[in-house]
Design a protein around this ligand. Structure first.
Ligand code: C2O
Ligand code: CU
Length: 438
């Protein structure tokens, strides 16, 4: 097994730029995208998707790096991404979690994918601050597994600048192999998580610093159950929570994101993930070290930063739903359905632009499903009939076996939005539908 120890040598985020780039000699952090546009409110990035020559851990990459470059911009900026497809197959980019115009969403059931050798320019405004995720939405399972993904970080200048602002993208190796990457679930192998493509990753930070750790689960099938002493979560899919929370354990299914605030003092810290399977939550086995945070010069731990938390309480449950999505299927038949239908042979449900819609999702199947809606955000109103402990606005929510959730969807973005399970083999085997906003 490789054991990689990488020191992040220059840790202090560059305060001169608005995008807080973390520079490092040999970074654990993903490469930062270069902004090619001089205008302050425009970020223009060039990405090339290609097959890597020497194989190695990854088959494909954006700009020959795994993860793909971290794109940073401020809320309200215009993002322009010129994608060149150097793959032998078609591809697209989907901006997971971002309320983009429909024709920028990277889906291919109404628009052709980008052919080999072709280029396409994505262009849209960034309406919401938070940690987002970009990846192909064509041949998705193998292209994501091959290494095509990266983070899009949208900063809000009203939020404080931590000493270190780092993207931590988790993925599992060999998820396309039989039994590969099944996290403790099928008893065939123990999953090996990587952070930013590195097994046994270490992050070295000076004592006395505050780290904003932006976790993204880019795995095809693996569910993270994060644990760390004093775990403090400040943000989820759609930006800051109403207030910081300290869950004992943080479940992040594929496509999910969460930002942690780490106040580094004199003690090293290990962030672990517990055995947790899509075939039924908790599993036997030991927790796996995901990331070791090593203190290079001990100093008193800083106080938590003054985040402009929005506050707010869970909205009222109206007592009914406009749409019910029932998730069903099985691994044995490799048939996964929403309301008994498999994409693309699905009924398109419509909701009215400018209105609020209530959507129930009920999981009738013997598997967990991270349920994701494109182009829209939703508030979680109830989980198994009871309101959650605090208000969260999400685009991806993990449903355990037999779970039922009620979501409040703001139909503020017109389009034919793909709605699916983010276990990529489930989506590929049919667990996908379309929610129309018109
Ligand atoms: Cu990450 Cu259809 O999405
Ligand atoms: Cu699923």
């Amino acid at each position: 097994m490789r054991h990689v120890t990488l020191l992040l040598l220059a840790l202090v985020a560059c305060r001169e730029t608005s995008h807080r780039i973390v520079t490092a000699a040999r970074p654990i952090a993903p490469v930062e995208a270069t902004d090619l546009d001089p205008a302050a409110d425009v970020v223009r990035v060039a990405l090339t998707a290609s097959r890597l020559a020497d194989g190695g851990d990854f088959l494909y990459a954006y700009n020959a790096t795994n993860p793909g470059p971290t794109i940073r911009a401020n809320v309200g900026d215009t993002l322009i991404v010129e994608l060149t497809n150097d793959l032998a197959t078609a591809t697209t980019i989907h901006w997971h979690g971002v309320a983009v115009p429909f024709d920028m969403d990277g889906v291919t059931w109404m628009r052709d994918p980008i052919a080999p050798g072709a280029t396409f320019t994505y262009r849209f405004e960034l309406p919401t601050a938070g940690t987002f995720f970009y990846h192909p939405h064509f041949d998705t399972e193998s292209q994501v597994e091959g290494g095509l993904y990266g983070a899009l970080v949208v900063h809000d200048p009203a939020e404080p600048t931590p000493d270190v602002d780092i993207v931590l993208i988790a993925d599992l190796a060999d998820e396309l192999q039989p039994g590969g990457g099944q996290p403790h679930g099928h008893g065939r192998r123990v999953a090996k998580w990587r952070i930013n493509g590195i097994e046994d990753a270490e992050l070295s930070v000076p004592g006395g610093s505050t780290v904003r750790a932006r976790f993204v689960n880019a795995s095809n099938v693996g569910i993270l159950a994060l644990r760390a002493p004093g775990l403090l979560q400040i943000a989820s899919d759609q930006g800051l929570l109403p207030a910081a929370v300290s869950p004992e354990r943080l479940i992040l299914g594929p496509g999910d994101r969460a930002d942690l605030e780490l106040s580094i003092g004199a003690e090293d810290l290990t962030i672990q993930t517990e055995p947790y399977s899509l075939n039924g939550g908790d599993q036997w086995g030991d927790a796996i070290d995901l990331l070791r945070v090593v203190v290079d010069t001990p100093a008193p731990a800083p106080a938590p930063l003054a985040w402009p938390f929005p506050g707010g309480v869970v909205s009222d449950d109206p007592g009914y739903a406009d749409i019910v999505y029932a998730l069903a299927g099985s691994d044995r038949s490799r048939t996964w359905m929403i309301n008994g239908e498999r994409f693309p042979n699905v009924t398109i449900e419509s909701i009215t632009l400018g209105e609020v819609a209530y959507v129930d999702v009920v999981n009738l199947s013997p598997s967990e499903h991270p349920f994701h809606i494109h182009g829209l955000a939703f508030e979680v109103l109830t989980v198994n009939g009871a309101p959650p402990a605090y208000r969260t606005v999400e685009d991806t929510i993990e449903l355990g076996i037999r779970d039922r959730v009620r979501l409040r969807v703001d139909a503020d973005n017109p389009g034919d939005w793909m709605t699916h399970c983010h276990i990529l083999p489930h989506a590929g085997d049919g667990m996908m539908t379309v929610l129309r906003v018109e």
